[in-house]
Ligand binder design. Sequence first.
Ligand SMILES: Nc1ncnc2c1ncn2[C@@H]1O[C@H](COP(=O)(O)OP(=O)(O)OP(=O)(O)O)[C@@H](O)[C@H]1O
Length: 232
Amino acid sequence: MTAVEVEEATVRRARRTVLRDVSVRVEAGRVCALLGMNGAGKSTLFDVIADRLPLAGGSIEVLGATPRKARRAGRVGYVVQSERIDLDFPVTVRGVVSMGIASRREARQRTDDAIERVGLQDLVDRPLGRLSGGQRKRAFLARCLAQRAELILLDEPFAGVDRPSELTLRQAIGDLAADGNTVIVSTHDVRELDTWCDDAIVLAGRVVASGPVRETVTAERLAQAFGWEGSA
Ligand SMILES: Nc1ncnc2c1ncn2[C@@H]1O[C@H](COP(=O)(O)OP(=O)(O)OP(=O)(O)O)[C@@H](O)[C@H]1O
C-alpha cells in the first residue's frame, strides 16, 4: 500500500507559491527522511498531508483517502516543530498523550504504554511547559503512539535534542515502521541517515531527488544541490 501519494502539487502560502509541481510517493511501512534547507517547504508538505493546508493544484492521497478523511479517522499523527507549540497551554504529559486516543475504554493503558515507550514515566504529571525540549518532543511522539496513527509526521524531532533522546526517538521510529506504520521525518541532519531511514526526499520548493536513501542522499548530490558538507 502507498501511504502518501502526491502528484504535481502546488501549494501557496500568503499568495506565494512555496511548493511547485511536487510529486512524491511514500510506501507504507517505510521510514522516509524529508530533507531541505530552511524554507525548502518541508513543514508546508507536512501541513498538506496533515490536512492543515489545501493544495492550489495537483492531487494528494493519504492512506488511500483524502487528507481530511485520514485525519478525521485519527490515522495521521503530526508532531509539529517545537517553535509552533504553545507552551502556555496547561496540560501535563499524561494529558497530551491521552488526547490522541479516541477510545476512552483503553485510554489509561494506552497512555501509560506510550509514555513508557518514550521513557517519560517519571514525568507523567509534569506540565508541558516545564519539560525540556527533548522531553517535549518525546511526549508528542507518545501521543502519536497512543493514537495508533498509521502515518506519523515528525517535523525536526532531532533539533536540539541530546544523544540519548535522539536514540530513544530513533528506536521508537524504527518500532513504528516494524509494526507496519509509515514515518516521515524532516531533518537537517544528514549524518547516519542510512542507519534509521529507508527513503529520502530532498526538497527545495520542488523535489530535487527522492528514492532509497543510499541512492538519493549522496555526498556529491547534497554538495551539488545545497553546498552541504554533512549537515545543513
Ligand atoms: N504561515 C506562513 N505564512 C506565509 N508563508 C509561510 C508560512 N510558513 C512558512 N512560510 C513560507 O513558506 C516557505 C516554506 O516554509 P516551510 O516552513 O515549509 O519550510 P521548511 O523547509 O519547513 O523550513 P525550516 O527548515 O526552516 O523549518 C518559506 O518561504 C516560508 O517563508
